[in-house]
Design a protein around this ligand. Sequence first.
Ligand code: BTN
Length: 236
Amino acid sequence: MSAIAGIFEVCKMFTIHRFKEVGSTNDVAKKYSFDNIIVAEEQSKGRGRFKREWVSGKGGLWFSIVLKPSRRVFEYTFIASLAVLRAIKVGSIKWPNDVVYDGKKVCGILSEIITQGDESKVIVGVGINVNNSIPNSLEDIAISLSSIKKKKVNIDSLLNRIILNFEELNKVEFKKILIEYKKNCSILRKEIKVKSIDKGISGRAVDVDSDGRLVLKTAKGKIRVGEGDVTVGQPF
Ligand code: BTN
């Protein structure tokens, strides 16, 4: 892991640290204090939810923001997804942490809380397929921004726009964040299935509640789900 010599920027609130290659920006971020952002050109051990591998080759935007916790962790995920959506201007949110286009993943967010001694930090990791090539094995589920826009995308200005959006949205009360999140959440009002580690539930997605849970209308009544992978379509 090596920092790109001499290149770091300070935006209004955050200091940006750039690396050529790291394991995972979320792991590097753990060594930094609040209000720093770690950006890498490549990750060799990028990870997603449920400890899944996150393929992070050159040409993508892979970064992590270190924050002093002042909200519930899932709220940062919602804020980051809106910050990305406002910046890329295409696609929609797939609860809980994806930005998708045509059902395929453009962006994934991994928010984590860590406690070191007396101090806790929130790390908000954002991965966006920008100009990177998508491996054949992932073509059915992932898509890059450059293939959506049919042109190469400027990664630096994209990052700047996302950070500015994030700063702005992070000042907004959660009630309003949730309204914008739900407006942009494309799985609402659809028949879906949610698969979590130990179970699968089918139903109609009717709401996201104030605790960030997806509310499903099922044959057994309303069920609230806190985590899982959503597929739109037929029941199990
Ligand atoms: C997911 O969809 O499961 C979340 C993917 C999050 C990927 C990003 S890339 C930057 C940061 N570093 C990581 O190792 N993961 C997050």
